[in-house]
Design a protein around this ligand. Structure first.
Ligand code: RIB
Ligand code: CA
Length: 335
């Protein structure tokens, strides 16, 4: 496994400002690894709606719900959007070491409560998530960007099982972590708390990371007026996603008093679509795996005291109105 910043044998990685870019005009090939999950569903919608991205595959992981449900939810969203052509493969049903734990209050029993989505038109592939990711990365003409929006178990397993394919990964744009408060413990955000060992493997892999943690995603709220606008803009897609968002809003209003939920996962996609959307700090970030109070915490090292080079562009601010516009436009694109 390479250290942060070490050049891995294989294709040179075009790195411009920490965010490797495909050739001008070419869509960026991405693999979405997710645990739908309401905000994962919006991340999938946005990625499929944008010409700047080409979704090669969707892989699923246990997180917001058990794996069987997150996989069914990913398939239902793709079926609803008419994109059952996108291959889906299920991955890890539990973290590498830790016991699984589902925050059912956020996403409901199904993991995607609040809307009547169709049953999947096609099943998940027989391949598992790691095999599918390896296959599409090998077959891609250029570098592939991984976009994990759940616990990082699948990404860690992929990197461990296929170390030579790390050189074909342009970047990892992940939702997770927090420099400030946590949402699962005082110290840690759910995706990294759920599988801190997997997260540590990912942050130490030497692949450029775009980290969209709570510092930026708690600014990425879809307020009730935004949801109404989204509903009006997008026909059946608008109605269904407005229903999902209104369900997702309930717990956030009760817990935080917010007028609308944070669309965490869509930030990891949106910043690939519009690099200027998110303001970020280039930092060294490592993941705590041994602390009892601090399990899964992302520890930033702004002064480089560790001697380890920066490995992540950490989102700290977002143009919320433009973010909302992107989601409304995505819903309208499906109509
Ligand atoms: O902490 C927020 C993250 O946990 C999001 O990815 C949400 O979908 C849940 O997985
Ligand atoms: Ca998620």
């Amino acid at each position: 496994m390479t250290g942060a910043g070490e050049i891995v044998a294989g294709e040179p990685r075009p790195i411009a400002g920490g965010q490797p870019r495909p050739a001008a005009g070419e869509p960026r090939p991405v693999v979405l690894d997710c645990d739908p999950g309401h905000d994962d569903a919006l991340a999938i919608l946005l990625a499929l709606a944008r010409p700047e991205l080409r979704v090669l595959a969707v892989t699923t992981v246990a997180g917001n719900a058990p794996l069987e449900r997150t996989t069914r939810n990913a398939l239902r969203v793709l079926t609803f959007l008419g994109r059952s052509d996108v291959p889906v493969a299920a991955g890890a049903e539990r973290p590498l070491l830790r016991a699984p734990w589902v925050p059912v209050e956020f996403h409901g029993e199904s993991g995607l409560d609040g809307a009547d989505l169709p049953e999947p038109a096609v099943p998940a592939l027989g391949e598992d998530a790691i095999e599918l990711t390896a296959r599409v990365v090998r077959e891609a003409a250029g570098l592939v960007t991984l976009v994990p929006t759940g616990p990082l178990t699948n990404i860690a397993l992929f990197l461990r099982a296929h170390p030579r394919l790390a050189a074909r990964i342009a970047a990892i744009s992940l939702m997770g972590g927090s420099l400030g408060e946590g949402n699962t413990t005082a110290a840690a955000e759910f995706n990294l708390w759920a599988d801190p060992e997997a997260a540590a493997i990912v942050f130490e892999a030497g692949i450029p990371i775009l980290m969209s943690g709570l510092d930026v995603t708690h600014q990425a709220l879809m307020r009730s007026a935004d949801i109404t606008r989204l509903e009006a803009a997008g026909g059946r897609t608008g109605r269904v996603f407005a229903g999902l968002l209104r369900f997702f809003a309930v717990h956030h209003r009760q817990r935080y008093g917010w007028d609308g939920p944070p669309i965490h996962d869509a930030v990891a996609v949106a910043r690939l679509v519009e690099p200027g959307l998110v303001t970020s700090r280039r930092l060294r970030v490592d993941v705590e795996t041994t602390g009892e109070l601090t399990r899964g915490r992302t520890v930033a090292d702004p002064e480089g005291l560790s001697g380890r080079p920066p490995n992540a562009d950490v989102g700290v601010a977002i143009d919320r109105q433009r973010f909302v516009d992107l989601l409304v436009e995505a819903v309208a694109a499906f109509g």
